[in-house]
Ligand binder design. Sequence first.
Ligand SMILES: Nc1nc2c(ncn2[C@@H]2O[C@H](COP(=O)(O)OP(=O)(O)OP(=O)(O)O)[C@@H](O)[C@H]2O)c(=O)[nH]1
Ligand SMILES: [Zn+2]
Length: 209
Amino acid sequence: MAVVNHCEKIPLGAQGAQEWEVVQLPSPMGDFQARAFRSPSTGSEHLVLSVGPLKARGGLLRLHSECLTGDVFQSLRCDCGPQLHAALDLISKEEGGVIIYMRGHEGRGIGLVEKLRAYALQEAGVDTIDANLQLGHAEDARDYADAIDILCMLGISSVRLITNNPQKVDALVKGGIEVEALVPIRIAANPHNERYLETKRKRMGHYLE
Ligand SMILES: Nc1nc2c(ncn2[C@@H]2O[C@H](COP(=O)(O)OP(=O)(O)OP(=O)(O)O)[C@@H](O)[C@H]2O)c(=O)[nH]1
Ligand SMILES: [Zn+2]
C-alpha cells in the first residue's frame, strides 16, 4: 500500500506552535490549550486541544469525530460523549496530549441530517452500516487529510492513538504518521447503543469486547 506523506505539502512544524494562535481553555475537566484550524480544502473548522508540551513523537492523540447528539446532548445511541470525556480526562489528568476534534466527521462523514435519516432506518431494524448504504452513502465517509495536515503543522510525526477503530490507524499511517501504540477506550454499553457497538465490533473491526 502506497504511503502518502501529506507533510510534504505542509512541512513538519511549518506553521507550528510558535506561529499558530494558541489560547487558554480552562474547563471543569482541566485546563487546555486551544488552537483552531480552517481547512483550505474543505472549509471545515477543527478544534485542537492540548495539555502540556507538544511531543513530536510518542505523545497521546485522540482524533475525535464530531457527534453533536452524543458529545453535546449525551445521546445514549452511541458512545461518543463518554469517549470524548474519557480522552479529555486521560490527557488532562495524566501525561498530557492532544485532542483533534474533527468537524465534518459528523455521522461518519455524512452530516447531521443524513445521520438522523440513518437513525430512522435503524429504528426500522437496519444496522448502522446498512442504513448508510441504503441512503446511498459509503459505510464510513470520513476523510482524515485535515487531521494529517494539523499533525504536520504541530510537528507531530508519531503518536499513541486513543481509539478502538483500526481505520483511524490506517488513515494516519497512510498519511505518514507513525502509530506507536493503541490506547483503547472502554465504555460500558447501555440498552440503546448495544447494537451499534456490536456492529462496530463485528462489521467494522473495532477493538471492542
Ligand atoms: N452514519 C452514522 N454515523 C453515526 C452513527 N452513530 C454514530 N455516528 C457517528 O460516528 C462517528 C463516531 O464514529 P464511530 O465509528 O462510532 O467511532 P470512532 O470514532 O470511529 O472510533 P473510536 O475512535 O474508537 O471512538 C461520529 O461522527 C458519530 O456522529 C450512526 O448510526 N450512523
Ligand atoms: Zn455519537
